[in-house]
Design a protein. Structure first.
Length: 78
């Protein structure tokens, strides 16, 4: 889900909410609601266990870090 749909219907949603036309709001696509925008892994699309700093899920992060494909990330050992 991207914010493009939210931006597209933003003005219309605000107008319908101001008029309290909830029947009209239900006619819009569900993805037009800003609360449905979710952080997703850019590699796999997974929505759970998302690491914001790297914009990917923990599984993808671990895999790529182990292969040395993420600059500045090393496996810790002590």
């Amino acid at each position: 889900m991207s914010g493009a749909t939210v931006k597209k219907y933003g003005a219309l949603r605000a107008e319908l909410k101001a008029k309290k036309d909830y029947a009209g709001l239900t006619q819009l696509p569900r993805d037009a609601s800003p609360t449905r925008v979710v952080n997703r892994c850019e590699v796999t699309g997974r929505r759970r266990a998302f690491i914001r700093r790297f914009k990917m899920s923990r599984l993808t992060f671990r895999e790529l870090a182990s292969q040395g494909l993420i600059p500045g990330v090393t496996k810790s050992s002590w």
